[in-house]
Structures are given as structure tokens and as C-alpha cells.
Design a protein around this ligand. Sequence first.
Ligand SMILES: NC(=O)c1ccc[n+]([C@@H]2O[C@H](COP(=O)([O-])OP(=O)(O)OC[C@H]3O[C@@H](n4cnc5c(N)ncnc54)[C@H](O)[C@@H]3O)[C@@H](O)[C@H]2O)c1
Length: 386
Amino acid sequence: MKSVRLGIAGMGNIGSHHADYLLAGKVKRCELKAVADAFVDKLVSFQQRGLRIFDDGREMIRSGEVDAVIIATPHYQHTTLGISALQAGLHVMVEKPISAHKADAERLLAIRRQHPRQVFAAMFQMRTESRYAKIKKIITGGDLGQIVRFSWIITEWFRTEAYYASGGWRATWKGEGGGVLINQCLHQLDMLQWLLGMPARVRSFVQLGRFHHIEVEDNVTAYMEFPNSATGVFVSTTGEAPGTSRLEIVGEMGKVLLENDKLLFVRNEISMFQQCKTSRLGFQKPAVWNIEIPFATEAAQHATLTQNFVDAILDGAPLTAPGEEGIHSIELANVMLYSGLINQTIELPLDGTAYEKKLNELIAASKFEKKVVPVSNEDFTQSFMR
Ligand SMILES: NC(=O)c1ccc[n+]([C@@H]2O[C@H](COP(=O)([O-])OP(=O)(O)OC[C@H]3O[C@@H](n4cnc5c(N)ncnc54)[C@H](O)[C@@H]3O)[C@@H](O)[C@H]2O)c1
């Protein structure tokens, strides 16, 4: 194969964005051949450009017109369409989250294991951003020493009632399976586990519909402990403005702080553990170096990750975000919501079946009726987190 024939299932906000950069030729050796959406009327302009259009992702998957598919539908269909595409022999890139909850992700990954030769990727474009690559390098290179704490306040995900009203599936137990955690925060939760690994236990507090007329969580504060006794706090909401985006990671050799597009490394000259044990003075901290780490500020990186998907198909390039790793951010989102819902600390790994049962109870008990109002014309790319 010299070039990948690609299809997109789900042509809403993000599916249209993928189509825009693909049709603009931003991904080499890849041709957008087909698009599918449940509302096929909105695909006429693509048909006029010579693309095949379908009113269901499954039809496109079965058509033989594409070698690979990006699945950009609401979360629950990521599992069903992902399974159909893998079983049809296609390469698959699934939008985040790879499924709506952990048990569904396990179902998807079980099928993936039966099709190991196809490329299976997830759209976690934050992994391509150089600021996070630099933090990862500092951690994995041992410059921070033993990690002891993180705190991440990510309250910049402001969303209005109009946003929630714009899609029937949004912010409902049945359509989305949760709120700010499974949707907006998935990027940070993937980054969290990518940088620090998975916690051993989580206790969180969630508020359902605190700021919006929705039934799911839009305000979260979570505390977590890691296997090495490191601790962390994660705070997020879609109801706050102007909001904050502040990640601090502390290790024995200092701290890394990412805030306001600035990355600082305040480096201890000697380990704080060593200073604690050996200093003969009571208050003296280690001396520090203040280092500002430059990084490139890239625009949204979806095209970069799609190029990586294509390169993996054509050349066997290693994936930046293998689909299998998508289960970790889902587990984090699920455990943070579940702990808040049942008011308990939860040990990981999360029991995906128990969580699915709880979610199904919430779906069955839901009396929430949603009135869908299309959002007025707005530049969707403004929603991408910087
Ligand atoms: N990576 C990112 O930066 C990013 C950004 C936004 C959304 N997302 C993810 O992308 C997904 C879609 O989000 P959105 O905001 O674009 O939603 P959206 O509601 O704007 O679009 C979803 C589209 O899928 C269509 N659809 C539903 N079932 C389908 C099926 N079986 N076949 C074909 N089309 C179908 C709907 O008609 C709709 O047009 C979500 O899972 C979301 O988490 C990722």
C-alpha cells in the first residue's frame, strides 16, 4: 500500500475538523475517501467533492472503500464501531475516550487482541505537544528523583448551557456515561497516567449538575495515592471562568510547574531527602536553580497524530498513542466519578463490571429530558486546550 484510503465515522465537531486538515493535504500519503454520519444531509458538500458518503459508520466500514477509519462519534459508539472496524480488517484510530467506560474498553481491547496486525491508535493529541514531552523527559531522565506529589488544577474547560444543549447525547448517563471527567478531562487524565503511571487508590468528591442543567458531574476534586506513596490532587470543572490550568509535579530534586504557557523547573541542588536527614540546621532548605524551559507552542496537534497513524500503517512507525493505552484514562475517569458517587475510597484496578452496573442504574433511574438546540456558528477549534 502506498497511500491510506481513510474514512471518518461521525462528522460532528471533531470529525469535521479531521476532514478539514485531511482535505487540506496536511497528512501525507493519506486520502480521505469517505465520511459517515447519522445525519447524512450534512455530508452533501463532501459528496460534491467526490467522497463517498454513508448514513452509518458500519456501512462505510463494510463498503470496501477504506483501509482505515477514524471513529469520531459519541463515546458509546467508539466500542461498537471500533469492534466492527477491527473485525472488518480495517486500521482504526478511535477518538478519546476509546469507550464510554472500562468494561466497554475491555470488550474493545479483547477484539483488538484477535486482530494484532492492524494498527489501533487513539486520538490523544496532547502527547505530541513539546511542553509535555519535556516534562516526561525530566521525569523519566530522573532529574526530579523520586516523585512525591502532583497537583493539577484544570478548570479552563468552561462550557455553557448552549454547549450542553447542542447534542442529545452530551452530559447524559445514557448518551455519554458521565461529564467533565469522561469528556473534557480525558486528555489530562491520559497525560497524568502517561507522566506518572496509575494511582493505587482514589477518593474523590463530585457535584452533579452544579453549574449546568445536566445530570452528570461538572465539578470534581480528587485525591489519589500512588504505589510509591506519592500523592496527588486533581481539580476540574466546566463551570468556572476564567479558570486555571496549573500542573505541579514535585520530586525529591525539586518541582516542575506548567502554568500560563510557562514551564519552570525549580531544581534542588541536593535531594530534599538528603537535606532533611543530614542538615544540622532546623529550617534550611536546599539551594535551588530556577530554570525556565523553552518549548514550541504548536497549534492543535490532531493532524500530527493522524500522520503518525498513517506512518504506522505504511511503515510500521511506533504509535505515539496506542489504542490499548486508552483504557487507563477511562479507568481514571470512572474511578474518580465512582468514588464520588458512592462516597468511598476505591482501590485500583477498578472493578469495571461493578462500575458498569452503577452506570446502568443511573441510566435506568434517569428522568432527565433533554431539549436539543443547535449551537450557533462558532469556531470549534477555539475549544482545544492550550
Ligand atoms: N481529540 C479531541 O480534541 C476531541 C475534541 C472533541 C471531541 N472529541 C471526541 O469526539 C467524539 C465526538 O465529539 P463531537 O464533539 O464531535 O460530537 P458531535 O455530537 O459534534 O458529533 C458526533 C457525530 O457523530 C454522529 N454519529 C452518531 N452515531 C453515528 C454512527 N453510528 N455513524 C456515523 N455517525 C454517527 C452524529 O450524528 C454526530 O454528527 C467524542 O467522543 C468526543 O469525546 C475529541
